[in-house]
Design a protein around this ligand. Sequence first.
Ligand code: 6GU
Length: 242
Amino acid sequence: MRIDVVSIFPDYLAPLDLSLIGKARRDGLLDIRVHDLRVFTHDRHRTVDDTPYGGGAGMVMKPEPWGEALDALATQGDPRPVLIVPGPGGEPLTQRTARELADREWLVFACGRYEGIDERVYEHAADRMDVRVVSLGDYVLNGGEVAALAIIEAVARLLPGVIGNAASLDEESHEDGLLEYPVYTKPAQWQGRAVPDVLLSGDHGAIARWRREQQLHRTARRRPDLLHASAAADPDDLALVP
Ligand code: 6GU
């Protein structure tokens, strides 16, 4: 997969050199290129923002640098890229979104700052790219860079070869619509606290039932919104909901 990231703070994307994503890049599974938006300015101060038409607080990112940056990218390849614009006004990022993006060959991230990017940039980009504004949740970050890191990690780990143990992908929170069950490792006693007996029993049926129940309890308590969708899909689970 190819991923381009455009930002006025390319150094913010330095963590993409680390850990599993860094290894996937070195192994040639991920082609990630980070670009400085200011390269596409032409004035002495390399200006990327200006005051909003209509008034109001803050600054708006100018359309010209973004237009040039996206034009420079979109001639560089054949498949139609997805343009992902991280922002608190976007569609929520979910595991489904991550799976959809993982099926694409080419992702472009436009990391905005300030009050956002001039709306005409989205319209301009839509001729050549599938534009998606994506939010991490209902709170505000200073810019799209941290969100781009999160989205890239959620997507990249779904690609074949990025994660060593692919089986671990299936048993995670959100893959089956529920939160994950609690996990334990050795020692069996620690600080006066015991691992639940059932996990030491060797009874795989009992362990599977206990884990499902824990998932349902945990989801009911922390994310009741998820539980309603999941219980509708699996009526047997209703009996286990506290
Ligand atoms: Cl994706 N961007 C920004 N700037 N703030 C956010 C966000 C994204 N998601 C939640 N808050």
